[in-house]
Design a protein around this ligand. Structure first.
Ligand code: GLN
Length: 490
């Protein structure tokens, strides 16, 4: 692998603009590195080398004329939930096997408009349902970081392929989607930066829907500044998404590196959960000390409804999923299994096309929405959601940002939780609240545990205030000086 791939997005785009490297050279390097790593990491679901090289050549033409966008010529990996025109887009599900969209998602269009070069599609938990990337129809993704005894670890999920690709220096950034933590948890598990902006800041159009009121497309990056650059390109009003925000997009990149002096940082006591490893607590404490040293004021806060967030999420998300996934009926996209009559075609197609976790979610979702249970479950979960939003509103009257761990553990061994859905769901305990409230949140690598595995800290800010999130994230990154890398074995 060439050393060029080790550069950050910011560094490589500077080199591209200075013509020290060409987009074509970079694209070839990145394609070769991804293909070489695929047997070991299993992080990718599709390549289209012709498309990649054509886009890189177009970037080179622009760069030669001194033109080009914010990320001109940089190869970017795309979670397999985003429609990329003419390229297999499967949501890591058999039901969408062989589906090639004839359109482009808004987020990927914006990346390409800003000069990004399509590199590959990345593996994910089927339909983004999971926390370990083990429900992908192409099998689990291996975390580039191995356990203390050499065991294979999950990169987290659902955006595990994107996280692994960034962590292994196979691309300069990647897209993910975060419905309950699917960007922030894999970022924490792989020592990368993961961002979920305010709900509606990035368009959902052309992104295969999981739970529409919770889905947030966002970036994975090697550094906080890179994540700001990527979010900058991905954000903005999209008339094709009715929940897209019309607000002006602030300069996220400029926020990185600005002083955090005088900012009030809330530390919520409810995020200190039973059974949390001491090292997570220590990393959190360390983060508090770093921000104090940078001139922040630390404030103990309470978010009293936090304990209801996970149960509410696992009602609302499956409810919306059961409705969104009704469209996969064997008629319009992907797989069709024949049957005696129309109902049998539906049943056979959905039984063969959806994996177990997706089927479980559809069943939970239809149950909580059914007559007689709607009030007891779905409506109540929606009320909890309002309470959680009010908790954040109250907290943000006194603090500018909230600091918590990103996940309750470091990356765990493959297979260690796959038979226990509840243990798997508990992974999302720190992340789902920000999805239910729609507020911005990011995970920044903050250190390593005793086995040398990365740990992440989460920064949450008020809606539309990503700038403060990036300021605080950058301050943590600066203080942590995290530069650990997994030893190369792929
Ligand atoms: N792990 C959570 C779930 O399984 C979140 C997934 C996501 O954010 N897409 O639903």
């Amino acid at each position: 692998m060439s050393d060029l791939l080790k550069l950050s997005l910011d560094e490589v785009t500077t080199k591209l603009k200075a013509k020290e490297v060409s987009a074509t050279e970079l694209a070839k390097d990145a394609l070769a590195a991804c293909q070489a790593a695929q047997p070991a990491l299993n992080a990718f679901t599709a390549f289209d080398a012709d498309k990649t090289l054509a886009m890189a050549a177009a970037s080179d033409e622009k760069l030669a004329k001194g033109e080009g966008g914010l990320i001109e010529g940089a190869p970017i990996a795309i979670k397999d939930l985003f429609a990329v025109e003419g390229v297999s887009t499967t949501a890591s599900s058999n039901i969408l096997k062989d589906f090639k969209p004839t359109y482009e998602s808004s987020v990927t269009s914006q990346l390409w408009d800003n000069g990004g070069v399509f590199l590959c599609k990345t593996s994910m938990d089927e339909f983004a349902m999971g926390s370990s990337n083990e429900t992908a129809n192409t099998g689990p993704v291996n975390n580039p970081w191995k356990g203390a005894n050499g065991e294979m670890l999950t990169p987290g999920g659902s955006s595990g392929g994107s996280a692994a690709a960034v962590a292994a220096d196979l691309c300069f950034g990647a897209t993910g989607t975060d419905t309950g933590g699917s960007i922030r948890q894999p970022a924490a598990f792989t020592g990368t930066v993961g961002v979920k902006a305010t709900y509606g800041r990035t368009s959902r159009w052309g992104t295969i829907a999981f739970a529409s009121s919770l889905d947030h497309p966002g970036p994975f990056a090697k550094t906080v500044k890179d994540s700001a650059i990527l979010l900058q390109t991905m954000s903005g009003h999209d008339p094709k998404d009715s929940t897209s925000l019309p607000n002006e997009v602030p300069n996220f990149v400029a926020a990185c590196g600005q002083s955090v002096k005088g900012l009030k940082i809330g530390v919520p006591k409810e995020y200190r959960v039973d059974g949390m490893p001491e090292e997570i607590e220590k990393a959190w404490q360390q983060g508090i000390e770093w921000l104090k040293a940078a001139g922040c004021e630390i404030v103990d806060i309470t978010l009293p409804h936090t304990k209801y967030a996970l149960p509410a999420y696992y009602i609302v998300a499956p409810a919306e999923a059961s409705s969104n996934l009704a469209r996969y009926d064997g008629m319009r996209y992907g797989l069709r299994e024949e049957g005696e009559d129309l109902t049998a075609v539906y049943e056979n197609t959905r039984a063969a096309g959806f994996g177990h976790e997706v089927q479980r979610r559809i069943m939970i979702g239809t149950y909580v929405l059914s007559a007689g249970y709607y009030d007891a479950y779905y409506l109540r979960a929606q009320k909890v959601r309002t309470r959680i939003l009010e908790d954040f509103d109250r907290a943000f009257q006194t603090v500018d940002a909230i600091l918590t761990p990103s996940a309750p553990s470091a990356a765990f061994a493959l297979g260690s939780k796959s038979d226990d859905p509840i243990a798997m769901y508990l992974n999302d305990v720190f992340t789902v609240t920000a999805n239910l409230a729609g507020v911005p949140a990011m995970s920044v690598p903050a250190g390593t545990d005793k086995d040398g595995l990365p740990l992440g800290l989460q920064i949450i800010t008020r809606a539309l205030d990503e700038e403060t999130m990036f300021k605080v994230g950058h301050a943590i990154e600066d203080a942590a000086g995290f530069n650990a890398k997994p030893e190369k074995w792929w």
